[in-house]
Design a binder for this molecule. Structure first.
Ligand code: HEM
Length: 404
């Protein structure tokens, strides 16, 4: 049993029991951040805040949503949107945040790729980040089922069909996932549970892991400079704040983070109030009907690139290509064979690789939205082949990269 003394204040009482001073030091005031970083390093905080918005708005929506195939559509489109005071606001916040969070995730991921922030000790940051990407994808998909509109139903049908594995015909697995032959009450119930409980819990745990993984290697910087954080921290604490290459996370860096978060929130609420419709598919304003297949079924914009990798091939090859696209980003730290953790602009062929990958994923996204006909399907096919080719080329071009 530790030795406790009579506390002089509430702070002292808590400190003796929870070591709050040590926690504050380790996680905030002596958590060192390089000075040499730009606004792109605020995206992690923007993501954390957007996740907070999703949680809070989701809790309000949960008070009126009905996970029942006969009531779900009306509980969203009438009860929440028209009858409950400010129900529309919480729904628009939730819908816009669900879409915008993916834009920020992609910016955050490509920042990491550009600056090589996934290697030389930062592998676990990247892997936990990718786990977050998968968890957010599952969260978005399960949430999309809940209004029980036409797109909910048919996207649910198409995506669960993928688990049949093409000519493997694992149809039993598809029924097991759905809990029925077609999406129905059991399906809605389990996706509701996943969306409001299991996946958010997993996300919270993964955010903890992601932050924990950042603690030892610290964040990278925009020149890829290897900073001796202990030495620079000593310099800072001895009073040489100007000469030190680092600043405190709280309050110094957090203040900068919050400025970017502030600008983001202005844009975010502009979208919520004036352009929320971009985050809602018009087809999903028709109630689910198992007898009426929509003419064109496509996922939300953030899944289009991987959907387009599935589409141009025959069923089996398409499924393999799709599975490849889902997992290959996890392997990035191990496929990039160069020890250079510096900006892509200083990495020769990798610079070309980076921009080709970014442009290719934008083309895949655009092609995923249009019907797979004529010239679009040809562009889609070449873009999918380029995606796979780029990943095969990565270990080869990085193996011969010169020390930057
Ligand atoms: C959605 C949940 C996520 C949250 C809340 C989050 C949060 C953060 C925060 C606060 C940082 C430190 C500051 C910064 O660099 O922005 C960070 C760094 C990082 N994150 Fe995430 N992140 C998330 C998702 C991801 C994803 C999907 C990836 C990529 C697979 C990723 C990869 C990284 C990397 C590589 C770093 C290190 C950056 C560096 O060292 O410069 N994160 N993240």
């Amino acid at each position: 049993m530790a030795h406790f003394t009579k506390a002089k204040s509430l702070h002292d009482w808590l400190n003796q029991r929870l070591a709050i001073d040590t926690l504050r030091r380790v996680l905030a005031t002596e958590y060192w951040i390089p000075k040499n970083i730009n606004f792109l390093w605020a995206m992690g905080m923007v993501l954390a805040i957007t996740f907070g918005l999703l949680l809070v708005s989701g809790i309000f929506l949960l008070m009126y949503y009905q996970p029942n195939v006969d009531l779900a559509f009306d509980s969203v489109n009438y009860t929440i949107m028209q009858e409950v005071g400010y129900g529309w606001l919480w729904r628009h916040i939730h819908g816009v945040a669900a879409s915008v969070v993916f834009l920020i995730i992609y910016i955050h991921m490509f920042t990491g790729i550009y600056y090589g922030s996934y290697k030389n000790g930062r592998e676990m940051i990247w892997i936990s980040g990718m786990l977050l990407f998968v968890a957010f994808s599952a969260e978005a998909f399960s949430g999309y089922m809940l209004p029980w509109g036409q797109m909910s139903y048919w996207a649910g049908m198409v995506i669960t069909n993928l688990f049949a594995g093409g000519s493997l015909h694992a149809d039993g697995l598809v029924e097991w996932i759905r809990g029925d032959y077609v999406p129905g009450q059991a399906f809605l119930n389990r996706f509701f549970m996943l969306h409001v409980l299991l996946i958010p819990l997993a996300i919270l745990g993964l955010i903890g892991l992601h932050f924990g993984a950042l603690r030892i290697p610290h964040v990278n910087n925009q020149d890829g400079e290897e900073i001796d954080f202990d030495a620079e921290a000593k310099k800072y604490l001895s009073g040489d704040k100007a000469g030190s290459k680092v600043i405190r996370f709280v309050n110094d860096f957090l203040a900068k983070d919050m400025m970017v978060v502030g600008i983001f929130l202005i844009l975010f609420f502009y979208l919520v109030f004036y352009h929320y419709d971009f985050a809602m598919d018009p087809v999903n304003f028709d109630p689910a009907d198992g007898l009426k297949t929509p003419a064109h079924i496509y996922p939300e914009w953030y899944f289009l690139w991987s959907y387009e990798i599935l589409r141009p091939f025959s069923t089996d090859v398409g499924l393999i290509a799709f599975a490849f696209a889902q997992v290959i980003f996890f392997a990035l730290p191990f496929l990039d064979k160069s020890p250079n953790a510096v900006p892509a602009s200083r990495r020769g062929l990798f610079k070309v690789w980076f921009w080709l990958m970014l442009i290719d994923m934008i083309i895949l996204t655009a092609m995923g939205k249009v019907p797979p006909e004529g010239v679009f399907s040809t562009i889609g096919l070449y873009a999918a082949l380029t995606f796979i080719g780029l990943w095969i080329a990565l270990p080869i071009i990085t193996k011969f990269e010169k020390k930057a």
